[in-house]
Design a protein around this ligand. Structure first.
Ligand SMILES: CCC1=C(C)/C(=C/C2=NC(=C\c3[nH]c(/C=C4\NC(=O)[C@H](C)[C@H]4CC)c(C)c3CCC(=O)O)/C(CCC(=O)O)=C2C)NC1=O
Length: 161
């Protein structure tokens, strides 16, 4: 896993150079938003179950997906879906704190599309639910932190698609 600091340092190191102006600007931007990130992560972790629940209500509930024949039908599959959404929220929060998406590649997206395809889990509906979480989260943490979280929700969606 990488973060905004190691990303900048690693790329300077492969060139055998000190950090240049652009790299310093990236670091400044990251440090300047540190408090925003920590505050957002605190709010999200205190409200995680509510965020998932509201996102499901907005995107999936009472659709064909929750009816017989749908992929969320039966308690077991419904629970698996809720659990997946909680993973996406938690890992997006980690990535937002790190300021880097590599943790999503390594721990969430690696092999996920293949797993979903083999189990018949609908990707489009999953993307819709993640987008709903993005909206619910932004309304909770405010526009600046919401935008930052949005980067990692979107990253997960494009990794799935
Ligand atoms: C931390 C990283 C991580 C991820 C991301 C993860 C995802 C993941 N979701 C799974 C299943 C599943 N995922 C869903 C999800 C959904 N179905 C829908 O219709 C909705 C649109 C959607 C929720 C938004 C469902 C229903 C299953 C069970 C499918 C089945 O067994 O038939 C499975 C198969 C094994 C299992 O059932 O637990 C994995 C590996 N596991 C992990 O360890």
């Amino acid at each position: 896993m990488q973060d905004a600091i190691t990303a900048v340092i690693n790329s300077a190191d492969v060139q055998g150079k000190y950090l240049d102006g652009g790299a310093m600007e990236k670091l400044k931007g990251y440090f300047a938003t540190g408090e925003l990130r920590v505050r957002a992560a605190t709010t999200i972790s205190a409200n995680a179950a509510g965020i998932v629940k509201e996102a499901v209500a907005k995107s999936l509930l009472y659709s064909d997906i929750t009816r017989p024949g749908g992929n969320m039908y039966t308690t077991r599959r419904y629970a698996a879906c809720i659990r997946d959404l909680d993973y996406y929220l938690r890992y997006a929060t980690y990535a937002m704190l790190a300021g880097d998406p590599s943790i999503l590649d390594e721990r969430v997206l690696n092999g996920l599309k293949e797993t979903y395809n083999s189990l018949g889990v609908p990707v489009a509906a999953t993307v819709q639910a993640i987008q709903a979480m993005k909206e619910v989260t932004a309304s909770l943490v405010g526009p600046d932190a919401g935008k930052e979280m949005g980067v990692y929700f979107d990253y997960t969606c494009s990794g799935l698609s």
